[in-house]
Ligand binder design. Structure first.
Ligand SMILES: Nc1ncnc2c1ncn2[C@@H]1O[C@H](COP(=O)(O)OP(=O)(O)OP(=O)(O)O)[C@@H](O)[C@H]1O
Ligand SMILES: [Mg+2]
Length: 307
């Protein structure tokens, strides 16, 4: 059996708040209601949306804002029903049942429990035990641990990691979906994404505009079927903030064929007139010697930098 929850008690901490986390006002209001409901009884929320749109960070930020401890579990890799709870391990010549973090988390009052990729357990029966915890009785019985009751104030957040072509929640078993409030998330609007980009990566306004332009070009180009997530935008920004050209930043942050990218960059390059240092036709690059001495000579590494 694979070890799934190799976490320790330290994982049950209140996460640090992201100072630049933006959210639609409506979503914020719904989260406030969720918080209120959680004071009456445990509650389940399903967060669905495209890759990298901020689902996991929403869960973390909720816990941070309401000062609740949080633990995350990968449901996507579960291959047996009881795998989240614990496993038998050899200890001093004896086989003992070792509890994982999950049973502890559900018994911790006000805990935020993040179930990642709930639509993708390796084994369909792996969700069985979760079912009872998510339904009204909020308890499960196990040979090894007896009756486990969900503590007061617990909020279960499930996130769905859907492919590019899929945003909804239809893939989720109807019986399971039925037990959740559903939050559908989408990518941030341009102005907000620009703000996040500047705040989080440190690019200046001009760089941010260039990045957002390029990304909009990618998003609106029907010939290119790639999703550019907020995560990707931030990766581009981070590269640019440490001196990469727009081309370098985009080419390293996007996962798509080289040809597609090159043609897109060429279009951008022509349309927007981005002349970049070292830009040659079709991304041809000169070959240079990559050894420390040469870099030192060009001041690209500092002589005091550790080897
Ligand atoms: N609304 C937002 N405000 C600020 N930063 C955001 C926002 N949404 C996403 N980000 C940033 O984008 C990155 C990706 O977000 P996150 O990991 O939460 O996405 P996800 O939807 O869970 O992705 P996946 O589908 O791959 O699980 C993170 O660095 C996060 O901080
Ligand atoms: Mg995620």
């Amino acid at each position: 059996m694979k070890a799934v929850a190799a976490q320790t008690i330290d994982d049950l901490m209140i996460p640090r708040e992201d100072p630049y986390y933006y959210i639609a006002e409506e979503t914020m209001n719904i989260l406030e209601k969720v918080h209120r409901i959680s004071k009456r009884h445990p509650v389940n929320v399903l967060v669905a949306g495209r890759q990298g749109c901020g689902k996991s960070s929403l869960v973390r930020q909720y816990a941070a804002v309401y000062r609740k401890p949080m633990a995350t579990f990968q449901v996507g890799i579960l291959s047996e029903p009881g795998q989240l709870f614990g496993e038998y391990a050899l200890e001093g010549g004896e086989t003992k049942y070792k509890q994982f973090l999950f049973p502890q988390a559900i018994r911790t009052p006000n805990c935020v429990i993040h179930l990642e990729e709930i639509n993708r357990p390796e084994h369909p029966k792996a969700l069985n035990m979760l079912f009872s915890l998510l339904s009204d009785d909020r308890q499960v019985w196990m040979d090894e641990l007896g009756v486990l009751n969900v503590a007061e104030g617990v909020v279960f957040f499930a996130t769905l990691n859907e492919g590019e072509e899929f945003i909804g929640t239809e893939l989720l078993d109807a019986a399971l979906r039925d037990r959740f409030y559903i939050l559908l998330m989408d990518y941030l609007p341009n102005e907000v994404e620009r703000e996040v980009l500047i705040k989080k990566t440190g690019v200046d306004e001009e760089q941010a505009d260039q990045i957002i332009d390029a990304i909009n070009g990618l998003r609106s180009n029907p010939e290119i079927s790639i999703e550019v997530s907020t995560r990707t935008t931030l990766m581009v920004g981070e590269m640019a903030a440490v001196g990469a050209t727009l081309r370098e930043a985009i080419i390293t942050s996007l996962q798509t064929s080289k040809e597609t990218l090159e043609s897109l960059l060429l279009t951008l390059h022509m349309e927007k007139g981005y002349m970049e240092k070292g830009y040659r036709e079709k991304g041809e690059s000169e070959y240079v010697l990559f050894v420390r001495d040469v870099l030192l000579k060009h001041g690209l590494v500092s002589s005091v930098q550790a080897l």
